[in-house]
Design a protein around this ligand. Structure first.
Ligand SMILES: NC(=O)C1=CN([C@@H]2O[C@H](COP(=O)(O)OP(=O)(O)OC[C@H]3O[C@@H](n4cnc5c(N)ncnc54)[C@H](O)[C@@H]3O)[C@@H](O)[C@H]2O)[C@@H](O)CC1
Ligand SMILES: Nc1ncnc2c1ncn2[C@@H]1O[C@H](COP(=O)(O)OP(=O)(O)O)[C@@H](O)[C@H]1O
Ligand SMILES: [K+]
Length: 495
């Protein structure tokens, strides 16, 4: 069973899911029926992936996650498999549907402490799902490590126990699952790290909650897929001339550190800007001229020269920061560019560490700033958000976007793209080999090209992150940032 493609890219927080459950119950759906569907889906997955298991060991908590596991135990027993059930905590604590599952399934359970992991076991993890509320420790953490040490396959119900569905963070300790079976929609913890890795392969199963109920609780949170921005991708007009394809300006620092900006400029051309001009100090011109061909060059040494240059309104997007150095000069240039679409990256971000508010104040009004920090750069502009361990990466990006009135690309293996009005996307197509010098410079250039082509900032940013990930796959493991430049491919368009 797969979910309707429309909702397949949606992501619900655990609290959204609780609201969905509540509405499903009020609309007349049996919550125990949902539990049965969930448990049977888990059993089907277990049998599909481990037909030769010696024994399925169902570990049950006292919440509904444990109820799902008990139903899975029933279904597995019914299929003829050898099954053992262990319950964490006192049976008297079972309530609601979980109590009903234990009352109706005629299988004996033993206390969790009696479980001795053995080779051949397949563990069905129903200890905690959405209800995880405190850190896993003590005997349970020891058991998790024993299962991991024996490399027993774990099938997690909803989430690997110990993973926080809201943030993807581990609370104390967690299982490393081989498979995770979740219901109706993914939760942030399935996509954010380390949760994504701990889930293993993820299955999203339709247990029969109507899409209209899910839709009514849909937060503005999705996976970053082409469906999010395809409509903003402009088909290339057969009669286009280069000025209609956008004119991107990339600023370079001194000659010796101009490689980063060159990478951004070349990425901008490859990503479809009609023209790219590299603006740099006169002393850097010979170096730049020796390296660049299709990218045009323009010397700018003073603020007055910059003002003259940007009088040309055909220059419709700017990238400032890669290899730029010179924090004071950054701040002056940013002040001059504050009413234009701007990608601020790397040194461009760091230049505002003493007074981030000055940057945010300059970009009030219609959104035109895209910030592309990795975690280190993020902490320079938003130290309080970076230091607040209660916030998820989604919270951090959303709050930073609202504060700065910018589109935030909070980079990493699980890049989050957020805009000031609350829309958020989690990116999941980036291969780990994107973690290489210069890869962020390429991304900044792609975002700049999309802005120059007239895409709105959020769509420009999200599509650039996706395109960067796709280029990483195209270039393959072992690639350098130069290979990545050559692997940039056209964006999917609306049909
Ligand atoms: N979303 C849905 O539509 C459905 C959800 N179902 C299941 O319901 C689950 C959520 O159920 P619950 O809300 O009962 O929550 P859980 O079953 O995840 O856990 C809640 C219980 O665990 C305890 N607990 C939390 N953290 C602990 C820790 N570190 N150490 C010890 N005890 C801890 C809590 O005090 C509470 O008693 C989902 O994950 C899913 O598996 C299914 O039954 C099917 C329907
Ligand atoms: N482990 C990873 N998996 C996937 N993508 C990654 C990983 N680590 C980093 N990236 C991506 O690689 C790029 C690195 O950018 P950045 O940190 O600015 O590096 P640089 O300054 O060297 O270009 C970002 O787009 C980031 O999202
Ligand atoms: K679980």
């Amino acid at each position: 069973m797969g979910v309707e493609t429309d909702i397949a890219s949606w992501i619900l927080t655990p609290s959204d899911m609780t609201a969905v459950d509540r509405d499903a119950a009020t609309s007349g759906l049996s919550s125990f029926g949902l539990m049965r569907a969930a448990g049977y889906a888990v059993a089907a997955s277990a049998l599909r992936h481990y037909p030769a298991a010696t024994r399925f060991v169902c570990l049950c908590g006292v919440g509904n996650n444990g109820g799902d596991a008990m139903i899975a135990a029933e279904a597995l027993t019914g299929s003829g498999a050898d099954v053992a059930v262990y319950l964490m905590g006192d049976r008297a604590r079972l309530a609601g549907d979980a109590a009903r599952a234990f009352a109706t399934v005629p299988l004996r359970s033993q206390p969790l402490g009696a479980y001795v992991p053995a080779i051949g076991d397949v563990v069905i993890d129903g200890l905690f799902g959405a209800g995880l509320s405190r850190a896993v420790s003590g005997a349970l953490a020891t058991l998790m490590r024993a299962v991991t040490d024996l490399a027993l396959p774990v099938i997690a119900i909803d989430l690997p126990s110990g993973v926080d569905g809201r943030s993807g963070q581990v609370l104390g300790d967690s299982f490393q699952a081989a498979q995770t079976v979740t219901f109706m929609a993914r939760k942030p913890g399935h996509l954010l790290l380390p949760g994504r890795t701990l889930c293993g392969a993820l299955e999203v199963v339709d247990i029969g909650i109507p899409a209209r109920i899910i839709r009514s609780h849909r937060a503005p949170l999705v996976e970053n897929t082409p469906a999010l921005w395809r409509d903003a991708v402009k088909a290339l007009d057969p009669g286009a001339h280069k000025y209609r394809r956008g004119h991107l300006v990339v600023f370079s620092g001194a000659a010796a550190s101009s490689g980063a900006a060159r990478m951004s400029a070349t990425a901008g051309l490859s990503a479809g800007a009609g023209l790219v001009t590299m603006v740099a100090p006169t002393e850097a011109m010979p170096t730049l001229a020796a390296h660049l061909t299709a990218v045009m060059l323009k010397p700018v040494d003073t603020d007055a020269m910059l003002s003259d240059l940007i009088e040309d309104t055909r220059l419709n997007a700017f990238v400032l920061g890669p290899g730029f150095g010179a924090p004071e000069r950054v701040r002056r240039f940013v002040a001059a560019l504050c009413d234009r679409p701007l990608v601020l990256d790397a040194d461009g971000i760091t230049a505002f560490r003493e007074d981030p508010q000055a940057l945010f104040d300059a970009f009030r009004g219609p959104v035109r700033l895209v910030l592309t920090p990795h975690d280190g750069e993020f902490s320079r502009l938003f130290p309080d958000l970076a230091g607040d361990t209660a916030l998820s990466k989604i919270d951090r990006a959303t709050m930073a976007a609202a504060r700065s009135n910018a589109v935030l690309i909070l980079k990493g293996p699980d890049t989050v793209i957020a805009e000031p009005h609350g829309r958020v996307a989690i990116n999941a197509n980036a291969p780990p080999w994107l973690a290489t010098a210069g890869s962020g410079d390429v991304l900044a250039g792609i975002v700049g090209a999309h802005l120059a082509q007239g895409m709105p900032p959020f769509e420009a940013a999200a599509s650039a992150v996706w395109r960067h990930g796709a280029a990483g796959h195209e270039a393959g493991e072992g690639m350098t940032a130069e290979d990545l430049l050559r692997a940039i491919r056209p964006l999917p368009q609306a049909s």
